[in-house]
Design a protein around this ligand. Sequence first.
Ligand SMILES: Cc1ncc(COP(=O)(O)O)c(C=O)c1O
Length: 379
Amino acid sequence: MGIYLDNAATTPLDPEVFEAMKPFLLEDFGNPSSIHSHGRKVKAAIESARKKVAELINCTPGEIIFTSGGTEADNAIIRSAVETYPIKHAISSVIEHHAVTHTLSMLEKQNIIQVHHVRLDSTGNVDLSHLEELLKEFPGSLVSLMHANNEIGNILDIETVGDLCEKYKAYFHSDTVQTIGHYRHDMKKLKVHGMAAAAHKFHGPKGIGFMYINKDRKIHSFMQGGAQERNMRGGTENIYGIIGMTKALEICYREMDAHTSYIKGLKAHMIEKLKSAVPDVAFHGDSANLERSLYTVLNVSLPESVENEMLLFNLDLQGISASGGSACTSGASTGSHVLGAIYPNSKRGAIRFSFSKFNKPEEIDFVADRLSEIYKVSV
Ligand SMILES: Cc1ncc(COP(=O)(O)O)c(C=O)c1O
């Protein structure tokens, strides 16, 4: 099956999750809005899933709204927060996921808000003093800053940002798509008002996610339709998705400590292997810092070489799946807006490896050896 090191793009479904979903694909097919027994049974399963998700992230069930995934959750929170509150300014960064950057620029184009970008340091971290300056100038803004960056893995100090948002009465949205299921979130402590999650990033099914909406900063519904999801998201529920996502999150919490240290070990192993195998190797963002970056993501900076253009293709030929993204725009690939913003003049190569509990140390060794072969001959 080859070596899969692209878990920040999506993860394989956990077989235990599939088992939990099966009855809802085959037997329990009722529409949860129907009042007969077939519908009631499914409705009860959804509500107990909501309760479970809420319990895991320590919030109330009413604060969880199921969505089709991360993109919908980000869109819904940003658009509805702006529509619900008199928000005229948004503070964000240029390295957010496109679900955020494109939503904000669309709102700006429609003259609904003005977007201000917070300064980043040389490795892509938010400059918190600049954030405070912007908040002072534009109190009551929407702040949209991701908990962890999907390309370079940098982790935001979400607690401090929450405190600043409270101080300046901002609405704080955080894209937590890369951290839900990998880190513990305690919504009673975090001062986040809206948060997005996608099940396929933590061994759940695709096409399902949720948003957390703080009960004291409620927002209007994003879609118009039926009364599902407490009037917050019309449409017949993705019941097997909801059941699968909930099971996946339960497994993540049940085994979080073991998985964290195992995956962190894989990443540390890859860093060491690459340092000794590839001349002049470096790492983008804070991804080589095990404490300040996602333990699932390593973004490798490779020496300027003719090999860079074809690297992903060459690894793919050897059965290795990873993700690319170079700072410059070349050929058919549009490059990475994240690397482009942090390393605007870089001609180095970039490859993102992202790990899961299903990866093995031998796979890391194999990949490091292939990179060593490629870069020893060509540098
Ligand atoms: C940080 C981040 N936000 C949002 C998304 C979008 O999630 P989904 O694919 O579930 O819409 C992704 C997935 O690529 C992501 O990594």
